[in-house]
Design a protein around this ligand. Structure first.
Ligand code: ATP
Ligand code: PRP
Length: 235
């Protein structure tokens, strides 16, 4: 309730409130929205609608000055970078791929945890196929991450950009391997694939527009503090 206290009792907040527009939070629906809700609630922010059932892209909250915009997970950094949202929550996968420029990234929220992996068809001789100097066809939603990973191994790659269902690509001969996220491993298993290389541990981060942090400091800083406390309490 730190944030609610600030809303009502902090005179600095009143000053900023007079000066500033609304506070806009960019979230993707699904796992990030679901896992963020309890943290927002601890900051005293409760969205008025569930984006899974509403077609609205701008969702009001219990505070008239705070709203949530619902965007694709991979678009969250773009909205925050350009200031269309003051802050948002994005996976490290999305942030690495985006480049993270112009974004302040104060907290690893430790939500939506998974691993970025290379995976192949069960039985595929990846060790042999990924020797330095070899050439591999890689299907992925993450071309920059994949390119860097294989460049560091000295393996040549042809990258095939996909937008989902990466696991299908090796099964139908579109690629030799995929670079994708793995959590339980159930999707790989169900499609007779196996993870063969770990690229990075992934979780979601709070990202803040740098200008918003300065101009709306008294609004944003209590939220950052509350999120920090929520992460500390859950770890
Ligand atoms: P887009 O709509 O842009 O294609 P998406 O479908 O990947 O994005 P989500 O599936 O909601 O969006 O994933 C959002 C974030 O959650 C990802 O960027 C990643 O950081 C994390 N994530 C993805 N898959 C998993 C998973 N299976 N388990 C845990 N976290 C995951
Ligand atoms: C992600 C990822 C894998 C799956 C891995 O897809 O792209 O397909 O999760 O999770 P698992 O190891 O627990 O099976 P998601 O569920 O986000 O679906 P998407 O294809 O819409 O991105």
């Amino acid at each position: 309730m730190i944030f609610i206290d600030n809303l009502h009792s902090n005179s600095k907040f009143d000053w900023v409130k007079n000066m500033s527009q609304q506070l806009t939070i960019a979230l993707s629906k699904g796992r990030i929205f679901d896992e963020t809700l309890p943290m927002l609630a601890q900051a005293g922010i409760v969205p008025n609608e569930n984006p899974e059932t509403s077609r609205k892209l701008i969702i009001d909250t219990n505070h008239q000055d705070i709203r949530v915009v619902i965007v694709r997970a991979s678009d969250v950094p773009t909205y925050v970078q350009y200031g269309a949202a003051d802050f948002g929550i994005a996976g490290k996968d999305v942030l690495i791929e985006h480049g993270g420029s112009g974004l302040y990234q104060p907290i690893d929220l430790k939500i939506a945890q998974c691993r970025m992996m290379v995976a192949v068809r069960q039985g595929f001789d990846y060790r042999k196929a990924s020797q330095p100097g070899c050439r591999l066809r890689i299907a992925t939603k993450y071309p920059h991450i994949a390119r860097e990973h294989f460049a560091s191994k000295g393996v040549h790659v042809d990258i095939i950009k996909l937008y989902g269902s990466m696991e299908l690509a090796p099964l139908v001969g579109l690629s030799d391997a995929i670079v994708d996220l793995v959590s339980t491993g159930n999707t790989l298993k169900a499609n007779h694939l196996e993870a063969v290389e770990h690229i990075a541990d992934i979780s979601s981060r709070l990202i803040v527009n740098k200008a918003s942090l300065k101009l709306k400091y008294n609004l944003i800083q209590p939220i950052i503090e509350t999120f920090k406390q929520a992460v500390a309490a859950s770890s």
